[in-house]
Design a protein around this ligand. Structure first.
Ligand code: MN
Length: 269
C-alpha cells in the first residue's frame, strides 16, 4: 500500500488553486463522501475511506434506495483523503473536468466477518452508511464480465432491505437533495464560484474557498517540471512522512507528469 495513489497521480499534474488547506483529521471511524460530479456525464462518486485513501467508484446514475435497482459503479483509482473536502470546479479539458458538489458524507462500517480488504478482493463488499442523506446497508458486487473487454472494473451498487430502503422511486433521494451537504449550494452556484464556502469534514482547520478550482495543469508542479527539478520533487514526495495527511498533501503538490482529460469508456469520470 506504499503507493495506493500512483494511478491517481499518474492521471494528473498537481497543483491546486483554491486547494484544501490543513491536515486530514485522524479518525477512529471510517469516513465516506459522495461527490456529485457534472463532468462529461453527470455521475456520483462514492468514496470510502480505507487504508489511508478513498476507495472510489463512479456511480453513473447515482445511488438508489430501492433494492430492486442495480446501479452501475465503475471502479476508479484511489483518491487522497483531502480530496474528500473538495467542492468546486475542475477546468474543462482536464481529467474529470466539470463541477463537483459534496453531496453526502459521514461514516461507514463493514458488514460480515471478512475484513473490508478481503470483501473487496472477493468482489462482494457489504457495508452500512451513516451519512447525512444515505443510511443503511448496501452491497457492491463486482461483475464478472464487462462489455468493454475488461478495460474497467464494473460493480453494481445495490441497497439492501432495511428501514432506509424504499419500494419505488429509489432515485428520489437524489432529486430531493439537490444542494451541497457542505455548503448548501446548488450546482449552478458552485459552478459560478459563488455563495458559502463548504464546511470541512476531513480536514482540521481546512478551508476551501467558494470559488475553489482543482487545477492540475498549472502552477507548482508544472513550474517544477519545466525547471527540470522533477527528480528533486520526486525525492521530496517519497520522503518519509509520519502522517497520511502529510503524504497525501505532498503527493498533491508534486504531480509527476501531465495528462490530458483521459476518458474511460467514453465518459470522463
Ligand atoms: Mn467523477
Amino acid at each position: 500500500m506504499a503507493d495506493n495513489l500512483s494511478t491517481y497521480r499518474a492521471k494528473r499534474d498537481f497543483k491546486k488553486m483554491g486547494e484544501p488547506s490543513g491536515e486530514v483529521k485522524a479518525s477512529n471511524r471510517w469516513r465516506f463522501v459522495i461527490q456529485k460530479h457534472d463532468a462529461t456525464r453527470l455521475h456520483y462518486d462514492l468514496r470510502l475511506e480505507l487504508d489511508g485513501v478513498f476507495k472510489s467508484w463512479a456511480v453513473t446514475k447515482g445511488p438508489s434506495l430501492d433494492p430492486h435497482d442495480k446501479r452501475l459503479a465503475v471502479e476508479v483509482e484511489d483518491h487522497p483523503l483531502d480530496y474528500g473536502d473538495f467542492e468546486g470546479t475542475i477546468p474543462e479539458g482536464q481529467y474529470g473536468g466539470g463541477t463537483v458538489m459534496l453531496w453526502d458524507r459521514g461514516y461507514w462500517e463493514p458488514e460480515g466477518n471478512k475484513t473490508p480488504e478481503e470483501a473487496l478482493a472477493k468482489g462482494d463488499f457489504k457495508f452500512t452508511l451513516k451519512g447525512n442523506r444515505l443510511h443503511g446497508s448496501f452491497v457492491l458486487v463486482r461483475m464478472r464480465y464487462d462489455r468493454d473487454g475488461g478495460k474497467r472494473t464494473n460493480w453494481l451498487l445495490i441497497k439492501h432491505r432495511d428501514e432506509a430502503a424504499v419500494e419505488e422511486n429509489g432515485a428520489a433521494v437524489l432529486d430531493d437533495n439537490d444542494t451541497s451537504v457542505a455548503s448548501g449550494r446548488t450546482m449552478e452556484a458552485i459552478a459560478a464560484g459563488k455563495g458559502k464556502k463548504p464546511k470541512p469534514f476531513m480536514l482540521e482547520g481546512g478551508v476551501v474557498e467558494a470559488g475553489a478550482i482543482w487545477d492540475s495543469n498549472h502552477g507548482l508542479a508544472a513550474e517544477e517540471r519545466e525547471a527540470g527539478t522533477k527528480t528533486v520533487v520526486k525525492a521530496q514526495a517519497t520522503k518519509k512522512k509520519p502522517a497520511v495527511a502529510q503524504r497525501a498533501k505532498s503527493e498533491m503538490r508534486t504531480g509527476l507528469r501531465s495528462t490530458s482529460g483521459r476518458t474511460v469508456g467514453g465518459q470522463n469520470i
